[in-house]
Each structure stands twice: as structure tokens, then as C-alpha cells.
Write a protein that binds this ligand. Structure first.
Ligand SMILES: Cc1cc2nc3c(=O)[nH]c(=O)nc-3n(C[C@H](O)[C@H](O)[C@H](O)COP(=O)(O)OP(=O)(O)OC[C@H]3O[C@@H](n4cnc5c(N)ncnc54)[C@H](O)[C@@H]3O)c2cc1C
Length: 331
């Protein structure tokens, strides 16, 4: 375990932020697995987030930003350092241009703090008859997580509408970055590649601006409804991390896993969903599957699919925390 020295919490306390120790993270993830945070704090405003990160950087306390925990497999050993639970959730719709440099663009934009639920942001845009984010109405997690991982569904993804994002960079400066700086590819970005397993002193997404188009209200509603319906019919409701693996070029991870006969395979409390083979579920909830069960099942699937189809599936879910006790996942 990384040894973090005792810290003076006067500054966070003055900011109204309580720092607790050994806080269980499993309830804050959609998979309901994972050990504790060594130090844990919840932030509700961007100002708190900013100041807390700057304080942590100043005392060299590694930090880890936890959004919706919907793409994270946190180890049973937990996360050393400070886990910052991001609840900065302001969302604002505006008709004004984002800034006055470059050609004037009258399209409306949507501002969201990084802890806002991506699905809520999408619903706000749908209610306003705007088009561009309908795909996200049923995608769990926060804006920060979506910006980092280029979340997407139903043919849409963050990269299509993200204009820019405000970041606290590795030097501790606040900078606005146009979306192209993140080098988005399928469920990936430069920001995702920068995320280490462990807490560290890494960039933090503070907020994002999405550029949208005016749509026809009934059509926008219908698209969002259709995506919600499709999800309800095709995805399991048990605790999961969504798609376990990214789809290989011109194929589907779920199809390969199903064809390899792995639906229903169990390791401990973790199971390959009967409904959608690319989902690993934890039907028993907290205390049933361990993070190690899930990782072992991920590796088992990789091995069997590779033996059968000579193709190694790449996990979409990200590991977090201390995994040193066993072989790390081959990504
Ligand atoms: C049932 C289900 C369905 C899903 N369906 C989809 C889908 O259709 N499409 C899709 O793309 N994904 C899907 N996912 C995966 C998940 O919803 C996305 O990856 C989501 O964008 C993750 O966001 P999060 O806030 O939960 O991130 P987390 O899991 O909390 O964090 C993920 C990573 O992002 C980092 N991070 C989070 N916030 C910030 C920030 N503000 N600044 C810097 N780093 C940050 C974290 O440190 C971590 O490294 C699904 C998941 C579930 C459980």
C-alpha cells in the first residue's frame, strides 16, 4: 500500500469539505464492487473541486476523480490517496455564442459542470427541442467521465457535439481546450490514456460546452424515446459496468462472447449476462461479487474468445486502485 503521510485538513475544512478516511466505494459504482478510498471527499461546486485539487497538488496527495463510477472496476484493495466524488451538477442552456473569436455561430450551446449526469444533460437538451445529444439519454455517468472516455451510443458520441472543455491541467492551471485537442477515437481520448490506475496528479475536467442544433421537438422526443426503449429491451438491469469490451473492428464483442458459449458463465458472484453477452453483471449486488471475480471473468472471456477466434478483446472498463497482488489485466 502506498504510504500517505498524515495530513492537515484545515484548508478543505475551511472550504466546507469534509475529508473522511476508509470510505467504501462499492456503493458509488454501478457494479457495486470495490474496496475503500484511503481519503474521500465530496465536492458540490466547481470552486470546491478546483480548490480541493489545488490543495491536494500542493501537498502532493495523489487524487482520483470519481464520477458516476459506471466505467470503473475498483480493486478490492481500494484506492490509495484522495478520492474526489464529483457532484458539481450545474447545467445551463444558452443561445449566446461561446466566445467571440472566429466565425459567429448562432447555434445554441449547453454548459454543464463535470459532475452533472450525462443523461440529465441530454434530457435537458431534448426538452428544449435541441438535437445532438439524444443518444445520451440512457447513458449512465457524469459529463466528466463522458468527456474523458468519449462516451457514445446509437451512432452518436461526445466528440460530435463537444465544443470545448475547461480543464485544470497538470501544472494546476485552468485552460479551455477545444475538443479536437482530446484526439477522440472510439471510446478513447488522450485524457483517458492519461488516467492511471492509481490516484495521481492528473488533469481534471471542470466543465464542458456542447454545441447543439435546433430540432423538431416531436422528432427529438421520438428519437430519445426510441433509444430508451431499445436499451430497456436489450440491456440487463442488474449491477454492471455496461459494455465490458470495446467492439473489435466490424464485429461485436457480445456476438463473439455469445458464440464462444460464454453466456451465463460465472466466477464467484460475477456472471456473463444472459441478456447481453458483453455485460458482466453482479446480480447479488454489494457483497456478492468481488472486484477480483469480475477481473478473473474478464480475463477468462479474453482467453476463451482468443482461443476460439484468434482475436483478443480489449476491455472498455477501466481498472482503478491497487491491483498489485495478482497479474494485471492485459489491455
Ligand atoms: C448500464 C450501463 C450502460 C452503459 N452504456 C454505455 C453506452 O451506451 N456508451 C458508453 O460510452 N458508455 C456506456 N457505459 C459506460 C459509462 O456509462 C461511461 O463510460 C461513462 O461515460 C463513465 O462516466 P462516469 O462518470 O461514470 O466515469 P467514472 O466511471 O466515474 O470514471 C471513469 C474515468 O474517468 C475519470 N473521470 C471522471 N470524471 C472526471 C473528471 N471530471 N475529470 C477527469 N477525469 C475524470 C475517472 O477518474 C476514471 O478514470 C455504460 C455503463 C453502464 C453501467
Amino acid at each position: 500500500m502506498l504510504k500517505v503521510k498524515e495530513h492537515d485538513f484545515t484548508i478543505p475544512t475551511a472550504l466546507g469539505i469534509q475529508i473522511r478516511q476508509q470510505v467504501s466505494l462499492a456503493p458509488l459504482t454501478t457494479m457495486k464492487v470495490g474496496g475503500p478510498a484511503e481519503y474521500f471527499a465530496t465536492v458540490n461546486t466547481t470552486d470546491q473541486l478546483l480548490k480541493l485539487v489545488r490543495w491536494a497538488r500542493h501537498i502532493e496527495l495523489p487524487y482520483f476523480i470519481l464520477g458516476g463510477g459506471s466505467n470503473l472496476l475498483i480493486s478490492d484493495q481500494g484506492i490509495c490517496g484522495l478520492v474526489i466524488y464529483n457532484r458539481c451538477r450545474q447545467v445551463r442552456l444558452d443561445a449566446a455564442p461561446i466566445r467571440c473569436i472566429g466565425p459567429f455561430d448562432e447555434r445554441p450551446y449547453l454548459f454543464a459542470e463535470s459532475g452533472a449526469a450525462m443523461a440529465g444533460v441530454a434530457r435537458t437538451s431534448v426538452r428544449a427541442g435541441l438535437t445532438g445529444l439524444e443518444w445520451a439519454v440512457s447513458v449512465p455517468g457524469t459529463v466528466g467521465g463522458a468527456v474523458v472516455g468519449n462516451a457514445g451510443a446509437h451512432g452518436g458520441e461526445v466528440k460530435d457535439t463537444l465544443e470545448n472543455a475547461l480543464l485544470l491541467d497538470e501544472q494546476g492551471d485552468i485552460q479551455e481546450y477545444d475538443a479536437h485537442n482530446f484526439h477522440y477515437t472510439y471510446r478513447d481520448s488522450i485524457l483517458k490514456q492519461l488516467r492511471p490506475l492509481q490516484a495521481a496528479l492528473k488533469p481534471v475536467v471542470l466543465s464542458a460546452n456542447f454545441r447543439l442544433n435546433s430540432g423538431v421537438q416531436v422528432e427529438v422526443n421520438a428519437r430519445a424515446e426510441q433509444f430508451l426503449r431499445h436499451r430497456r429491451q436489450t440491456q440487463p438491469v442488474e449491477p454492471s459496468l455496461g459494455s465490458t469490451f470495446v467492439n473489435p473492428p466490424s464485429d461485436y464483442a457480445g456476438r463473439l462472447i455469445e458464440a464462444a458459449g460464454l453466456k451465463g458463465t460465472r466466477i464467484g458472484g460475477a456472471e456473463v449476462s444472459q441478456l447481453h453477452a458483453n455485460f458482466i453483471v453482479n446480480p447479488g449486488g454489494i457483497g456478492a461479487a468481488s472486484a477480483q471475480d469480475v477481473l478473473d471473468l474478464i480475463q477468462h472471456i479474453q482467453t476463451v474468445v482468443e482461443e476460439r477466434f484468434s482475436l483478443r478483446l480489449i476491455p472498455e472498463v477501466q481498472l482503478a486502485g491497487e491491483w498489485a497482488l495478482r497479474t494485471p489485466i492485459k489491455q
